[in-house]
Unconditional design. Structure first.
Length: 281
């Protein structure tokens, strides 16, 4: 899909949705070798966010991605998927739209082997910090008082674990838009997380204290029950990328589905063309 997707008219978006539905029907009737991805976004920015993700998560790369609503999650439709993506927006609004029933559905989905990918707001939602959070990952938000610290391009520094998992190393520029500054929480019933990237530079406006963002965690991963959770604070799915780390993050999250009921454990798993890890210093 080209960048023209981002300029879709209402009619064009409807055509794209129909095409996605056709692909999904073909996937459902075939051997389950694709990672089936649900993208939940009920906001006015739905089209742009979904277009960015659908541009990356193609069938050629081993994915079958389509939208899902909060209502559909409450109705139990996550059972049709391997991974749920909660993208940008507002974490508290996402929680409100899901309602307690939807949040419980997500916890059970991940606990039983489903994957969860949080991007920006979706990472706030996944954290253990707020009373509306899902509590999927043992992380709290640093400098909570200045969460609305502005946006811009920042540099993240990949750890060795991030380099190996996501295929990029060194220092990488990425779009940031008030995502959570993640640090470890102390929830005794949750395992610790692994750091995949830290913030090397920062955005410090709107009263935020300079220096408070650098060194906090930009990408983390952990387990919740049998499921896999990965959280991106910035926006690597944006047009400027690095888009590849999103694809590999979703692929990793989806591999937990191999133990879920109703899946063929011997089905071939997607293996998109992956370059050797690249370090950029």
């Amino acid at each position: 899909m080209t960048s023209a997707v981002l300029r879709l008219t209402t009619f064009g978006w409807a055509v794209l949705s129909m095409a996605t539905g056709a692909v999904w029907a073909a996937v459902e009737s075939a051997q389950p070798s694709f990672v089936r991805v649900a993208i939940c976004d009920d906001t006015e920015e739905t089209e742009k966010r979904q277009a960015n993700l659908l541009r990356i998560l193609t069938t050629a790369a081993g994915f079958a991605a389509r939208p899902i609503t909060s209502e559909q999650i409450r109705q139990g439709e996550l059972s049709e998927f391997d991974v749920l993506i909660m993208p940008g927006g507002s974490g508290s609004k996402q929680a409100e739209r899901l309602q307690e029933a939807g949040r419980d559905r997500i916890r059970e989905f991940v606990r039983s082997g489903g994957g969860y990918v949080g991007i920006c707001a979706g990472s706030y939602l996944a954290s253990s910090h707020y009373n509306w959070s899902l509590g999927l990952i043992n992380a709290r938000v640093w400098d909570r008082a200045h969460w609305a610290r502005g946006d811009g391009t920042v540099s993240i520094r990949m750890t060795d674990a991030g380099w190996q998992l996501l295929g990029r190393g060194g220092s990488i520029p990425v779009q940031y838009n008030q995502g959570p500054l993640l640090v470890p929480d102390d929830e005794s019933d949750l395992p610790g997380y692994e750091i995949l990237a830290t913030f090397e530079t920062e955005v410090a406006s709107k009263g935020a204290q300079p220096g408070s963002m650098t060194g906090t965690h930009a990408i983390i991963r952990s387990m919740f029950g049998q499921g896999r959770v990965i959280c991106f604070s910035p926006h690597p799915e944006a047009a400027g990328g690095p888009n590849g780390i999103v694809a590999y993050g979703v692929l990793w999250a989806g591999q937990g589905q191999q133990g879920r009921p109703g899946r063929d454990h011997h089905a071939p798993q997607p293996t998109p063309q992956r370059p050797e890890p690249t370090r950029v210093d």
